[in-house]
Design a protein. Structure first.
Ligand SMILES: CCCCCCCCC/C=C/C(=O)SCCNC(=O)CCNC(=O)[C@H](O)C(C)(C)COP(=O)(O)OP(=O)(O)OC[C@H]1O[C@@H](n2cnc3c(N)ncnc32)[C@H](O)[C@@H]1OP(=O)(O)O
Ligand SMILES: NC(=O)C1=CN([C@@H]2O[C@H](COP(=O)(O)OP(=O)(O)OC[C@H]3O[C@@H](n4cnc5c(N)ncnc54)[C@H](OP(=O)(O)O)[C@@H]3O)[C@@H](O)[C@H]2O)C=CC1
Length: 284
């Protein structure tokens, strides 16, 4: 495996991680860095053939001397029973779960007015309820007794998410869930944090957004996730780390078009000033 991690080799030797959506894009990058650091990684998602191919590719890069192993396991995080089965299979195989990275998710772009109820529910079920299922099942079956670390991948929805209102709402909810679980589970030694990436290139994201693709750019978030999983972050819980090079502070994907739907100004001096302002011949 090409040594690219900034962390100490062997940092996660003999630990066990579940990475949902670990076979593509950001999840694959996270899984590869965890493997490089000696962690056993279970990559999990719906499309089993793609997962198996990704696992095989990852295996080729693990040096013979490394204790790290990768296992692909199918699971649709929307389905609570499948998540239960995933967690019990991991415990049967590896006997522990130190880390959970809730990366599996996605959405489609659509103006809110055209979203069907089915489409809305699919996105909320995937990104919010799916994340909750994974957290709850891993906690119940392992972390409640043994502690652990959870990292949720959310998105840059700090100014709303026009064009993807469903995912914005779901990710904001996960930001809040992160805080609740961090407090409820602190006494079990469980830390819960989120990472909010800016726009990151991935092949599957490109296929999903087609001609919107060129505006996306490449960045890595796996080292932020590895940091939050590491003992270096042992006093960080209930927080969300933005990994977006400041994008969320200045950038907006959405322009409000010129319009005349301004609120009525109060009578008097202010109304005159507003008329003046809206008058195209105004010198203001
Ligand atoms: C603007 C700024 C951009 C800016 C672009 C930049 C954004 C950067 C930020 C985010 C980046 C990323 O997340 S990148 C990662 C992107 N990757 C993904 O999203 C891949 C995973 N996505 C998915 O799995 C899907 O999108 C998701 C809806 C969540 C689940 O899909 P499923 O296949 O399980 O569900 P389906 O059965 O296909 O769909 C269920 C219903 O959802 C609706 N639906 C699904 N796809 C639809 C579509 N393309 N258009 C309309 N509606 C759709 C329909 O109502 C479907 O019902 P029917 O009508 O009956 O069919
Ligand atoms: N790329 C970007 O710019 C940004 C991405 N994000 C988020 O980061 C995460 C990773 O995105 P990225 O790598 O770019 O995109 P990908 O499309 O490559 O990753 C999404 C992954 O989630 C899995 N997945 C989707 N639905 C489910 C489900 N119901 N159950 C289990 N797994 C599921 C997919 O696998 P499968 O289809 O096999 O189930 C896939 O591996 C996503 O949550 C994404 O929304 C956030 C901000 C920006």
């Amino acid at each position: 495996m090409a040594a690219s991690s900034v962390f100490r080799p062997g940092l996660f030797n003999h630990k066990v991680a579940i990475v949902t959506g670990g076979g593509t894009g950001i999840g694959k990058a996270i899984s590869e860095e965890l493997l490089e650091l000696g962690c056993n990684v279970v990559i999990s998602s719906r499309k089993v053939e793609r997962l198996e191919a990704a696992a095989e590719e990852m295996r080729q890069k693990i040096p013979a001397s490394s204790p790290a192993r990768v296992t692909p396991l199918q699971c649709n995080i929307r389905n609570e029973d499948e998540v239960k089965d995933l967690v019990s299979s991991v415990l049967k195989r590896y006997g522990r779960i130190d880390f959970l990275v809730n990366n599996g998710g996605g959405q489609f772009s659509s103006p809110a007015e055209h979203m069907s109820s089915k489409g809305w529910k699919a996105v909320i079920d995937t990104n919010l309820t799916g994340t909750f299922h994974c957290c709850q099942q891993v906690y119940a079956a392992w972390m409640k007794q043994h502690g652990g670390v959870i990292v949720n991948i959310i998105a840059d929805m700090w100014k709303g998410f026009p064009g993807m209102a469903h995912t914005g709402a779901a990710r904001a909810a996960v930001d809040n869930l992160t805080k609740s679980l961090a407090i409820e589970w602190a006494a079990s030694g469980v830390r819960v944090n989120s990472v909010a990436p800016g726009t990151i290139f991935s092949k599957t994201a490109m296929e999903n957004y087609k001609d919107l693709g060129p505006s996306l750019f490449k960045m890595s978030i796996s080292s932020a996730v590895c940091f939050l999983l590491s003992p270096g972050a042992s006093y960080i819980s209930g927080d969300t780390l933005r990994v977006d090079a400041g994008q969320s502070l200045y950038h907006s994907m959405w322009e409000i078009p010129n319009h005349s739907a301004w609120p009525e100004a109060p009578e008097g001096e202010n109304q005159e000033a507003l008329k003046e302002l809206l008058n195209p011949k105004s010198k203001l």
